[in-house]
Design a protein around this ligand. Structure first.
Ligand code: ATP
Ligand code: MG
Length: 253
């Protein structure tokens, strides 16, 4: 469903990504790993349209999305969560999740939020959609709380609910387990499996080998912006070249 071809991103003299190619099959959980600065988040920014590639192409279900605006890529079915959770602190959890569904509604979220240019029925649909995914993420019971009050783990669930409420066919998750304890990480793993269970394809960045190895169908390894290896978790775990890349870095070994 996703095909990345010879993708390159330069920031001045730095090649944050260089000639990276891989693909993701529908219904897969595919993980992207690699030492700090390997280009993982840059890859997500290119797929999601936050950045434009310097060269190369990205196809979603056969259609090139490279360089399209983020909103167009969102509308094509790609949603994401961020390395640093980006919840709107002044909005409730429910309102945050409702943001995800706004592309289905003509009035737009601000209009809805302000009670302008929308029908009550549209808002009800938006709310029902958000509530479904809050329930899925296990945070329905606290939906009226302000998002800023939440601990990190639950902010990630708000982001997941918001991303799923977009109706995405592909979700990009950037280090969702970062900062979570062991129990929270296990719960997150269950949720990622449940996301896949809804038919959504998952591309997930993480540093925790144990987490990824028990979760991913396939792993892509980046190193210094380059494709380093790709394979099943056990192939990757036993790959000399991958072990070397990790042992060579400061903090990931
Ligand atoms: N907007 C930008 N402008 C300039 N350089 C950037 C920009 N974004 C990323 N970089 C550089 O590109 C390289 C790759 O960064 P990126 O954030 O993609 O790495 P990463 O694999 O996500 O690392 P981490 O594991 O620390 O999150 C780094 O050297 C980074 O400093
Ligand atoms: Mg990153």
């Amino acid at each position: 469903m996703l095909r990345v071809s010879a993708l390159e991103k330069r920031f001045g003299g730095l090649a944050a990504l260089n000639d990276v190619s891989f693909s993701v099959a529908p219904g897969q959980i595919k993980s992207v790993i690699g030492p700090n600065g390997a280009g993982k988040t840059t890859l997500f920014n290119l797929i999601a349209g936050t950045l434009s590639p310097s060269a190369g192409d990205i196809h979603l279900d056969g259609v090139s999305i490279a360089g399209l605006p983020a909103a167009a890529i969102g509308a094509a079915g790609v949603a994401r969560t961020f390395q640093q959770p980006r919840v709107f602190a002044s909005l409730s959890i429910l309102e945050n999740a409702m943001l995800g569904g706004h592309r289905f509604h003509k009035g737009g979220f601000l209009a809805c939020g302000l009670g302008l240019r929308h029908t009550r029925r549209e808002e009800e649909k938006l709310r029902a959609r958000a509530e479904k995914w809050l329930d899925f993420a296990g945070i329905q019971s606290i939906k009226h709380r302000n998002a800023s009050e939440l601990p990190l783990g639950q902010q990630r669930y708000v982001e997941i609910a918001r991303a799923m409420a977009t109706g995405a066919k592909l979700i990009l998750m950037d280090e969702p387990a970062a900062g979570l304890d062991e129990t929270e990480t296990k719960e997150l793993g269950e949720m990622v499996r449940a996301i896949r269970g809804t038919g959504t394809t998952v591309l997930i960045i993480d540093h925790h080998m144990d987490f990824i190895m028990s979760l991913a169908d396939e792993v892509l390894v980046l190193n210094f912006g380059q494709w380093l290896a790709e394979g099943t978790p056990s192939q990757i775990q036993n790959s000399e070249i991958v072990i070397e890349a990790y042992l060579g870095s400061d903090d990931d070994a």
